[in-house]
Structures are given as structure tokens and as C-alpha cells.
Design a protein around this ligand. Structure first.
Ligand SMILES: Nc1nc2c(ncn2[C@@H]2O[C@H](COP(=O)(O)OP(=O)(O)OP(=O)(O)O)[C@@H](O)[C@H]2O)c(=O)[nH]1
Ligand SMILES: [Mg+2]
Length: 377
């Protein structure tokens, strides 16, 4: 059958745009005294320097909403917050109002999904006022149950940070975790530098506390953990294969290319959304032509199957133009894994659209795909 790379590329681009447009909207609240490092944290965890480049508008007296067009995250920031009973109560009530408004909307896109309460590790000890705030907030959050994560900012030295973690844990607060982080490297008189750490743990804790519908969104906006993106992307591949090919015993008519392509296109769209990078048509077209359409070695159609089988001795045989679902699944898995490898290269800036347009670039992609196929044998 005729295998139209351009058509599949266009379908993939369309699916990617749809997937990104349909991501659920994530909303988080960040509380903490002025100067603890809230803005630094936001810029380090989320793509596009959000705290600096996002449009901040006042929601209430002390709460500011940071958002960007076509960006599936809103951050409710509390800049300039000073400790003191009156100010603390005001901020608490305003945040509770934001939470209640979200719930009243009955819309997951408007609900508050998480609160980060930031405490600076550099302060000599945890102030009783902070603990009191957390206790009072938790009491009023009993019904609304928005998960609270205590983030220990500027957490160095680590030993001191760990002491603070223990001190907070001993308070038995109604929080899901205490996470020490150093959002940016910290320089000491040019003598030595503490390396940033902990943001990946914060992402992991978030990922585990969010409803499933928001997990792709979190991965889309976060830039703190490549490992978390990869893990989520691999889960997408596994789910695509399971849902499309089941247990894999039923024969799949291979000549019918239409059977595989939609599954693979949807899988690629989801993975792209997870990586949160702008993907050009050139990159998708290079990927399609060097994998499922590699110079005469398309996976689809009978000729292809035999080509693939040269790579996969012992996998089974082609009977009457069908292959087992297991084999179709295996090819799809290799395709997904190869695409994840490509996304990681693009994410790290190790490959460009220009280099993929060259013959050498495409050969490299083809090699990655064949590599993955051999792994799955
Ligand atoms: N090296 C380093 N500096 C940090 C870190 N976090 C915060 N800082 C510094 O601490 C100062 C205050 O940080 P901000 O992020 O502006 O604090 P904020 O909580 O947003 O403060 P307000 O907006 O006033 O409430 C800035 O000079 C930051 O550069 C960090 O992880 N590493
Ligand atoms: Mg700030």
C-alpha cells in the first residue's frame, strides 16, 4: 500500500496540537514569607521563566495570579507576605476563598490542586507562627482537602535542612510531604558552590498526589525532572500497546496499515505533550520517514514486515499477511521508545531541526529505531 509520509506527518502534528490544547489546567498556590524564594522556585520548576514573564494580576489583596496564554498552569503567588497574626490570617482566608471558588466552579480546570507552603532553611529555626498557620489552614481545609506540600527553600547546608525536615515532621501536620530544595546553585564567596537539588523530588511528590487527569499537564509544564518525563512517557507507550493489541495473540492484518497508524500517532502526540517542547513539522517528518517510512523499509505493508523480520529473527512468522498482535505491539513499543529518545535529545538541545533534515541526521534516527527493535526481541 502507498505510504504517505506527508499525510502521516500532518496527522501527527494535528494530534499533537489537539493533545496540547486539551490538557487539563493545573492550578497551584504558593505561600511563604517574602524573600523565601517563591519566584525563584517557580522559575526553576516550570518552563519559560514563568514568574518573570507571566502576566501577574491581583486576584485578592495578597494573592496574585501568574499565567500565560496557551500555558496549562496557573500559579497563585503571595508576594511580599510578612509574618504577623493579622497579615497571616488575611492571606489564609484569601487562599481559602480561592480554593472555595475553584470548588464552586465544579470544573477541574479551575480547582486548586496543590498548595506549596515555603519555608526558608536559612532562617535559624521554624517560627511557631508558620506552624500555627499550617495548623489553622489544615483545619479549614479539612473538607476541601487540597494537598499541602511544605517546601524548604534554599535548603543548604543539607544537614540543617534535614534537621528542619524532622522538626516539621514531628509536628504531625496534615501535609503530604516536606521537601527540601535548592532551586538554584548557591555560591559562597566564589569559594565553593552548592549544587541545586530536590526539585525532582518535589515533582515526584506532586505527580503522586495529583489526580491522573493532571499528570500529563504537570509533565508538560515542569522542567525539573527529565526522569519523571521519561517515566510518564514510557507509561504512555505501555498503555498504547496494551489497549491496541491486547494480549497480542490475535493476528493483526498487517497489510492494513490503517490499523497501526492511529495508535502510533496518538502515542506520539501524548509523548510530545509530556516533553513540553515546541515540535516543528521538520522533526516529526524526519521521525516518520526514518522509522515507519524508512527508505523503503516501512513497517507498514508486507514488504516491511519481512524487513522487520530480518531484524527480529525468531519473533514468529508472517502468515497470510498477518502478524501477531504481540509483534505489532513490539514494533509500536520500539517506535515509542525511539521517539522518547528523540524527545530527550531535542529537550537537551543535542539535536536540532536542521540536523534532522540532513541524511546523516535521518540515518541516526533510523539507527535509534532499529536499536530499539533489537532490544525488544
Ligand atoms: N542561589 C539561590 N538563591 C536563591 C534561591 N532561592 C531564592 N534565592 C534568592 O533569594 C532572593 C529572594 O528570592 P525570591 O524568589 O525573589 O523570593 P520570593 O519568595 O519570591 O519573594 P517575594 O516575591 O518578595 O515574596 C533572591 O535574591 C533569590 O536570588 C536558591 O534556590 N538559590
Ligand atoms: Mg516573588
Amino acid at each position: 500500500m502507498e505510504f504517505d509520509i506527508n499525510k502521516i506527518t500532518n496527522e501527527a502534528i494535528k494530534a499533537i496540537n489537539e493533545k496540547i490544547k486539551n490538557l487539563k489546567h493545573l492550578n497551584i498556590v504558593i505561600v511563604g514569607k517574602t524573600g523565601v524564594g517563591k519566584s525563584t522556585l517557580i522559575n526553576s520548576v516550570f518552563r519559560e521563566n514563568l514568574a518573570e514573564t507571566g502576566i501577574g494580576r491581583p486576584v485578592t489583596n495578597s494573592v496574585r495570579l501568574i499565567e500565560k496564554p496557551d500555558y496549562p498552569l496557573s500559579v497563585y503567588d503571595t508576594p511580599g507576605f510578612e509574618l504577623g497574626a493579622a497579615e497571616q490570617n488575611k492571606v489564609k482566608d484569601e487562599i481559602l476563598k480561592v480554593i472555595h471558588d475553584g470548588i464552586a466552579s465544579k470544573d477541574i480546570n479551575k480547582a486548586i490542586h496543590c498548595v506549596w507552603y515555603c519555608i526558608n532553611t536559612a532562617s535559624s529555626r521554624i517560627e511557631p507562627e508558620e506552624i500555627r498557620w499550617l495548623k489553622e489552614f489544615s483545619a479549614e481545609n479539612k473538607m476541601t482537602r487540597v494537598p499541602v506540600i511544605v517546601v524548604l527553600t534554599q535548603a543548604c547546608p543539607k544537614k540543617k535542612a534535614l534537621e528542619m525536615v524532622r522538626a516539621i515532621e514531628s509536628e504531625n501536620l496534615d501535609i503530604i510531604s516536606v521537601v527540601p530544595v535548592l532551586a538554584q546553585n548557591m555560591d559562597f564567596d566564589g569559594e565553593f558552590e552548592f549544587k541545586s537539588y530536590g526539585l525532582d523530588t518535589l515533582i515526584e511528590v506532586m505527580q503522586n498526589s495529583l489526580p491522573e487527569e493532571l499528570c500529563d499537564t504537570l509533565q508538560n509544564v515542569q522542567i525539573a525532572s527529565l526522569k519523571a518525563k521519561k517515566k510518564r512517557a514510557q507509561a504512555v507507550v505501555a498503555a498504547a500497546v496494551t489497549s491496541a493489541f491486547g494480549e497480542g495473540f490475535a493476528p493483526v492484518p498487517f497489510a492494513d496499515a490503517a490499523m497501526l497508524v492511529p495508535t502510533q500517532v496518538a502515542m506520539i502526540a501524548s509523548i510530545t505533550a509530556i516533553f513540553g517542547i515546541d515540535i516543528s513539522k521538520g522533526i516529526i517528518s524526519a521521525f516518520v520517514s526514518s522509522t515507519i517510512g524508512a527508505g523503503g523499509a516501512t513497517i507498514l505493508g508486507r514488504t516491511v514486515v519481512s524487513n522487520i523480520f530480518k531484524l527480529l529473527p525468531g519473533v514468529g512468522s508472517v502468515i497470510g499477511g498477518t502478524i501477531s498482535g504481540a509483534t505489532a505491539g513490539l514494533i509500536t513499543t520500539a517506535l515509542g521508545e525511539a521517539y522518547i529518545r528523540l524527545m530527550i535529545l531535542v529537550y537537551k538541545g543535542e539535536v536540532s531541526k536542521e540536523s534532522l533534515a540532513t541524511a546523516a541526521g535521518r540515518q541516526e534516527l533510523e539507527k535509534i529505531f532499529k536499536d530499539e527493535l533489537k532490544k525488544k526481541r
